[in-house]
Design a protein around this ligand. Structure first.
Ligand code: BMA
Length: 329
C-alpha cells in the first residue's frame, strides 16, 4: 500500500532521530528528552502541553507555562531547530474586540495550525471561571487576536483541522465538566466563519483499557490518502489516579466523524522517569506534530507529567499501516 501525506509542507530540517537499534515500537522517544525543562523561563513552574509549528526558516510555538503562582498561561516561543526553544517569560496578551471574552482567567493546552493566510490558536480558555475553547489568530507570532469562544463551557481539547471541510472550518473537541472530568468523548463541529459553531457530530467514545475513562484529540490531524490521521490521548483510571497515554485513529476525509480505523493499543504510554514523575505523574499528552511531507517523518510534541515537554518520532506511513493492521472500530 502506498500511503501519501496530503497538503503538508516540506520540512527538511525537521527534528529527527532514527529508530534506535533493537526498538520495535511504532514511535520512539528523542534520546535527550525532555526538550523543554520546567524552568526554561524565569517565571515558569512547568512547561508542558504545548504546540509548535513551522514558521519561516525555523519554528514558532505556543507553550503552556504554569507560573510560580500556578496560574495556567500560554506563552510564545521560537526555535531554529525545534529542539532548543527561546520562550517569552511573559504570557501572550490577545487583542480582543469584546472585553468580556478577552478578559483573562486562565489559558492552557494550546494547539496551533496554519489555515489559508494565518496561524490559528485554540486553547482551553477560562470564561467566567469555566473551561471552554478559546480561538485566536496571528500572522507573525508578535500580535495576537482573540475571537469568540467556540463553545459554551465546559469543553477542552479544541483541535482545528488544517483546511475547510464541506466549505466550513472544522474542529474536534471534548465536552467536559468543571473538574477533572471522569468521562469524555471526541466530537466534531463546523463553522462558516470561526465564530458560530454547529453541525455537531459524535466521533468516538472511550472504550476500555488504556482509554477507558476519557479521550481527547491531540495534534492537528494529518491528511493522508487513508484518511485524517488523528493522534489522541486516552485516560485510564488506576487506583493511583489518571494515566494519560496516546494512540491513533483514521477519520474519513470528508466526514471526519466517521472512524475508519482505531488502534487497539496505545503507541506511547508514560514509562520514563520524566513521564512518570512530576506535578501530575503518569501523563503523556500530545498537542502538536511536525510532519515532513517528503519523507513522512513525524515529530510529536507531548507534555510529560504536567511538568516538561518531550518529543517522540515516527514515520507517517508506518503509523497509518500499524493503525489499519491493529484496528478495531
Ligand atoms: C487534563 C488537562 C491537561 C493535563 C491532564 C493531566 O484534564 O488539565 O492539561 O495534562 O489533565 O493532569
Amino acid at each position: 500500500m502506498s500511503i501519501k501525506i496530503i497538503g503538508e509542507q516540506s520540512i527538511p530540517n525537521i527534528p529527527w532521530q532514527d529508530r534506535p537499534a533493537g526498538c520495535n515500537d511504532v514511535i520512539w522517544r528523542y534520546d535527550a528528552n525532555p526538550v523543554i525543562e520546567r524552568n526554561a523561563t524565569p517565571t515558569s513552574n512547568s512547561i508542558f502541553n504545548s504546540a509548535v509549528i513551522k514558521f519561516g526558516d525555523g519554528y514558532a510555538g505556543v507553550f503552556r507555562c504554569d507560573n510560580k503562582e500556578r496560574v495556567m498561561q500560554i506563552h510564545v516561543g521560537f526555535s531554529d531547530d525545534g529542539i532548543n526553544w527561546d520562550i517569552n517569560p511573559e504570557r501572550i496578551h490577545f487583542e480582543c474586540e469584546d472585553e468580556e471574552v478577552g478578559t483573562f482567567h486562565y489559558a492552557y493546552d494550546p494547539r496551533v495550525v496554519f489555515i489559508e493566510d494565518r496561524y490559528y490558536i485554540t486553547w482551553c480558555n477560562g470564561y467566567a471561571g469555566a473551561p471552554t475553547i478559546g480561538v485566536g489568530y496571528t500572522f507573525d507570532f508578535k500580535t495576537f487576536h482573540q475571537l469568540e469562544n467556540a463553545f459554551l463551557p465546559f469543553n477542552r481539547n479544541g483541535v482545528l483541522f488544517p483546511r475547510k471541510i464541506n466549505g466550513n472550518y472544522a474542529m474536534l473537541s471534548r465536552p467536559s465538566d468543571s473538574g477533572h472530568t471522569p468521562f469524555g468523548d471526541i466530537y466534531y463541529s463546523e463553522s462558516p466563519d470561526m465564530e458560530f459553531w454547529g453541525k455537531h457530530r459524535h466521533v468516538m467514545a472511550p472504550r476500555g483499557g488504556w482509554e477507558s475513562t476519557k479521550i481527547g484529540a491531540g495534534p492537528i490531524p494529518i491528511e493522508t490518502s487513508e484518511g485524517w490521521l488523528m493522534i489522541y490521548h486516552g485516560v485510564l483510571t488506576s487506583c493511583n489516579g489518571f494515566v494519560y497515554s496516546f494512540s491513533t485513529a483514521l477519520l474519513d476525509l470528508e466526514k471526519p466523524w466517521k472512524v475508519i480505523a482505531r488502534c487497539k493499543e496505545y503507541l506511547l504510554s508514560p514509562q520514563t522517569l520524566y513521564e512518570c514523575v512530576g506535578d501530575v505523574p503518569n501523563v503523556a499528552f500530545p498537542c502538536a506534530a511536525l510532519c515532513d511531507a517528503d519523507t513522512g517523518k513525524l515529530a510529536i510534541y507531548y507534555g510529560c507529567a504536567d511538568t516538561v515537554t518531550g518529543v517522540a518520532f515516527g514515520k507517517v506511513d508506518e503509523i497509518v499501516k500499524y493503525t489499519l493492521d491493529n484496528s478495531s472500530v
